[in-house]
Write a protein that binds this ligand. Structure first.
Ligand SMILES: *Cc1c(COP(=O)(O)O)cnc(C)c1O
Length: 230
């Protein structure tokens, strides 16, 4: 797996170089859902520091197992209201905020001794019914409302677009999110994060300005642990 991390880092460097960006402008989040804690430990030893999880219960168990490692945890999964407290208590970032009620709960439940919780608003750029995320037309009002929540630090936008094989089609979806991001920033939103790109399409995402790529299988291989409840 250290070898896979090297391959992924090379792909990130090449994509960044291709569009004249510094490689340091892209943060690699290792998506460890469905992987045992031993794999997280090995990836941390190989130098990774940011890890993403989608299922709360599974994440909490693994966090305990690798608690001696210096890890920044990102929650990237669908979030129900009854899970927000534990997410607010245990993660540094949430990429999958998709409605105001969830943001309000995360803000109210973020512990006072912790820094504000970093959040991204997930946007459903492809309009797919099977996927979470706010509709693009609702984004400006949601951004304005979330920005007022004192225990959150609103960082930017996230998307999980339709899967495409072709680079230009991949770029098309990521460009939608970037254009929304640029227009919000023109109105003073002050966003600094575009969380987009996974194993199959992160080069396209980097070409369109991704600051955070979320990469699972290209690092860890196929997911083995299938716990997806809670
Ligand atoms: C699973 C997942 C990923 C990683 O997907 P891979 O194809 O394994 O790289 C990234 N983002 C989200 C939101 C995910 O659920």
């Amino acid at each position: 797996m250290p070898e896979n991390i090297g391959f992924v880092r090379d792909r990130i460097s090449r994509a960044a170089a291709q569009c004249g960006r510094s490689v340091d402008s892209v943060t690699l989040i290792a998506v460890s859902k469905g992987q045992p804690a031993t794999q997280i430990d090995a990836a941390a030893r190989a130098g990774l520091r940011n890890f993403g999880e989608s299922y709360l219960q599974e994440a909490l168990e693994k966090m305990r197992a690798v608690s001696e490692r210096d890890i920044t945890w990102h929650f990237i999964g669908g979030l129900q209201a009854n899970k927000t407290r534990s997410v607010a208590e245990n993660f540094a970032w949430v990429h999958s905020v998709d409605r105001l009620r969830i943001a309000e709960r995360l803000s109210a439940q973020r512990p006072y001794h912790a820094p504000p919780l970093n959040v991204c608003l997930q946007v459903n750029v492809g309009g797919e019914l099977s996927k979470g995320g706010a509709s693009p037309e609702d984004v400006p009002d949601l951004i304005a409302a979330i920005a007022k929540l004192t225990r959150l630090k609103l960082r930017g936008l996230m998307c999980l677009p339709p899967a495409e094989d072709d680079l230009d089609r991949q770029r098309h979806w990521f460009a939608q999110l970037r254009e929304l991001f640029d227009s919000l920033n023109k109105s003073g939103a002050g966003l600094d994060t575009l969380s987009m790109g996974m194993s199959g399409d992160f080069e396209a995402a980097i070409l369109e300005g991704a600051t955070h790529v979320r990469v699972g299988t290209a690092i860890f291989g196929p997911r083995t642990n299938t716990i997806q409840s809670a």
